[in-house]
Design a protein around this ligand. Structure first.
Ligand code: NAP
Length: 493
C-alpha cells in the first residue's frame, strides 16, 4: 500500500523534535509533525506564567548534541527554552514539516496494509507506515471541580492557560496548589498582589536553587570552546544523577542519602521562615522524592510577607467574590489562579485513541492489565508505533535523558529494519514481560515502595498504586540499554 507519509509524529515539543531529528539522521525525510497548538515548543509554548523557568540547569536541560552557549542564566527563563526549541527546529529544517492546530483523535493499525490511519479533528485521515506519539506527560491541564467554581465572578486563570495581559498588581489573589509551578509563581504573585492567599493541600519539598546570570564572557567561552560547556553539563548531570539514583531509586540501600536531601530542604526552610508554626505547615510528612523535588530560593520566604497567607483548611466552595474554606471562613478574592497541575493518568496514557493489531485499544489494555511499555517506548500488538510518553519511559531528572535514549532506540531499531529490508517491527510479548518484571523488581528498592509516600498525592503513581512513570535506572544504564537492546526482542516483517 502506498502511504501518505512514511512517518507521522504527533507533538512538536522537544520529544517530537528529537524524533524528527533522528529520522533525518536515518535518512527518512518523508514525515509530518502534527501539533494541536499554534506553534512548536510543547510545554514551553503552552506555559508562560510569571516566574516560569527551567528547574534543571540549562546546560543539562537541552540536547547534548545541540548545546546553546547563550543561556542567560544557569536556569534559563521559560521564553529562552521556547526560542531554543525554535532554533533547533530551524536548524534541522523541521518547521515546514509541522502542521499546527491539528488535533489527532484516533490512530488505527491495519495489519494487512502494514500502515496506521491517523484521524484528526477536522475530519481528515492520513496513512503512515510509522507512528510516533510525542504528546508529553503534562499536557492536559487539570481543573478541579470545586463547588461553585462557575459562580465565581472574578478572573480565573489556569497556569497552563495564562493571559499575558493579566497583571496581578493591586489584586486580591488566591493561588490553589503548591506544586513545582506554584513554587515558581508564588514569589512573583506575592510581589504584586495586595493580598495573596495560597491554598496548600500537600506541602512540597523545596531545596535551594543555585542560580545566577551567566556572564557574557562565559557565554563566549562556551561558544568558542564547547568542551567547557560540556564539562559544566557533566558536573551538573552527575549531581542530579546522584540525587535521583541515591535519593530516590536506591532508597533501600542508601536511606541516608534521602535523609540528607530532606535535611537540606528543612534547613532551607528554617533559614527562610522564623515562625515555627508556619514551618510546620510547610513541612511535608512524606519522604523526599515521592514527588518531583523542587528548587527555589524565594518560595518559602514569600510566606513571611505581610501580604501573604498560607491556607491549609481546604476549599469548601466558591462564591462570586470569595472562597469559603473547609471550616467555613470567607476569604474575599478577585482573582483565582489554578496552579492545579495536569491530568496525567486519566488523559495522557495515551493522549488519543490508539487501536493496534487485533483491535486492541491501548488505553484499555493498559488499564485492564498493567501500565507497561518495553524500554518505555514500544508495546506488543502495536506494530510500528513509538510511544515516547509511555509507562516507565521517564529517565533521570532532565527530560532530555529520556528523549536522547529514545533517539538511540530508534536508531538501532530502524537500522535493523533497513538491514533486513523489513517494513514492520513489533516488540515480542516475552521481551515486554521481561522488561516489566525488571522495572517492577528494581522499583522495590525505590522511595516509592520502600519509603513513606502515602500522603504525597504524587503523580508518579497511577490509579493502581504503581509508580509506573519513572524508569528505575541510572542515566548511563538507560542510554546503554537503549542503544544495545537485543534485536531478538523485536519481530520484523
Ligand atoms: P502538580 O505538581 O501536579 O501540582 C498541582 C498542585 O495543585 C498540587 O499542589 C495539588 O495538591 C494541587 N491541587 C490539585 N487539585 C487540587 C484540589 N482539588 N484541591 C486542592 N489542591 C489541588 O502540578 P504543577 O505544579 O503544574 O507541576 C507539574 C510538573 O510540571 C512538575 O512536577 C514538574 O515536573 C513540571 N514543572 C516543571 C517546571 C520546570 O521548571 N521545569 C516548572 C513547573 C512545572 P496535592 O499535592 O495535594 O495533590
Amino acid at each position: 500500500m502506498v502511504v501518505d507519509h512514511e512517518v507521522v509524529i504527533v507533538g512538536a515539543g522537544f520529544g517530537g523534535i528529537g524524533a524528527a531529528i533522528e529520522f533525518r539522521r536515518l535518512g527518512i525525510e518523508d514525515f509530518v509533525i502534527l501539533e494541536r497548538e499554534d506553534d512548536l515548543g510543547g510545554t514551553w509554548h503552552v506555559n508562560h506564567y510569571p516566574g516560569l523557568a527551567v528547574d534543571i540547569a540549562s546546560a543539562t536541560y537541552s540536547y547534548s548534541f545541540e548545546p546553546n552557549p547563550r543561556w542567560s542564566r544557569l536556569f534559563a527563563p521559560g521564553p529562552e527554552l521556547k526560542r531554543y526549541a525554535a532554533d533547533v527546529a530551524e536548524k534541522y529544517d523541521l518547521k515546514r514539516r509541522m502542521e499546527f492546530g491539528t488535533v489527532v483523535e484516533r490512530a488505527v493499525w491495519d495489519d494487512e496494509a502494514a500502515a496506521w490511519t491517523v484521524s484528526t479533528a477536522d475530519g481528515a485521515q492520513r496513512t503512515c507506515r510509522y507512528l510516533v506519539t510525542a504528546t508529553g506527560f503534562l499536557s492536559q491541564p487539570h481543573t478541579p471541580d470545586f463547588d461553585g467554581l462557575d459562580t465565581f465572578a472574578g478572573t480565573i486563570a489556569h497556569t497552563a492557560d495564562w493571559d499575558d495581559d493579566l497583571d496581578l498588581s493591586g489584586r486580591r489573589v488566591a493561588i490553589i496548589g503548591t506544586g513545582a509551578t506554584a513554587v515558581q509563581l508564588i514569589p512573583e504573585a506575592a510581589r504584586k498582589a495586595v493580598h495573596l492567599t495560597v491554598f496548600q493541600r500537600t506541602p512540597i519539598w523545596v531545596v535551594p536553587k543555585v542560580d545566577f546570570p551567566i556572564p557574557r564572557g562565559v557565554q563566549s567561552l562556551f561558544a568558542r570552546f564547547p568542551l567547557t560547556q560540556r564539562a559544566v553539563r557533566l558536573v551538573n548531570t552527575s549531581m542530579l544523577e546522584l540525587l535521583m539514583v541515591v535519593g530516590v531509586l536506591h532508597f533501600r540501600q542508601a536511606r541516608l542519602g534521602n535523609r540528607v536531601a530532606a535535611l537540606l530542604a528543612k534547613a532551607h526552610l528554617r533559614a527562610q521562615v522564623p515562625d515555627a508554626g508556619l514551618r510546620r505547615a510547610l513541612t511535608p510528612d512524606y519522604d523526599f522524592g515521592c514527588k518531583r523535588p523542587t528548587f527555589s530560593n524565594t518560595y518559602f520566604r514569600s510566606f513571611t510577607r505581610p501580604n501573604v497567607t498560607l491556607e491549609t483548611g481546604g476549599i469548601g466552595h466558591l462564591e462570586p467574590d470569595a472562597i469559603i474554606t473547609g471550616d467555613g471562613r470567607r476569604i474575599e478574592i478577585d482573582t483565582l489562579v489554578l496552579a492545579t497541575g495536569f491530568d496525567l493518568w486519566d488523559t495522557n496514557f495515551p493522549a488519543f485513541e490508539i487501536i493496534g493489531r487485533d483491535g486492541v485499544d491501548l488505553g484499555r489494555w493498559w488499564r485492564d492489565t498493567r501500565f507497561q511499555a518495553y524500554q518505555g517506548i514500544t508495546m506488543p500488538r502495536f506494530p510500528n508505533l513509538l510511544s515516547l510518553n509511555s509507562p516507565y519511559s521517564y529517565s533521570g531528572l532532565s527530560y532530555f535523558t529520556t528523549i536522547e535514549g529514545q533517539m538511540r532506540h530508534m536508531a538501532r531499531l530502524f537500522g535493523e529494519l533497513r538491514r533486513r529490508g523489513a517494513q514492520t517491527f513489533e516488540v515480542t510479548e516475552a521481551a515486554n514481560a521481561e522488561f516489566l518484571d525488571e522495572v517492577t523488581d528494581h522499583l522495590q528498592s525505590s522511595v516509592f515502595y520502600r519509603g513513606d509516600c502515602a500522603s504525597a498525592r504524587s503523580y508518579y503513581f497511577n490509579h493502581q498504586g504503581e509508580a509506573a512513570l519513572l524508569r528505575p535506572n541510572s542515566t548511563l544504564t538507560t542510554l546503554r540499554q537503549m542503544e544495545r537492546f537485543p534485536l531478538e526482542d523485536y519481530s520484523f516483517r
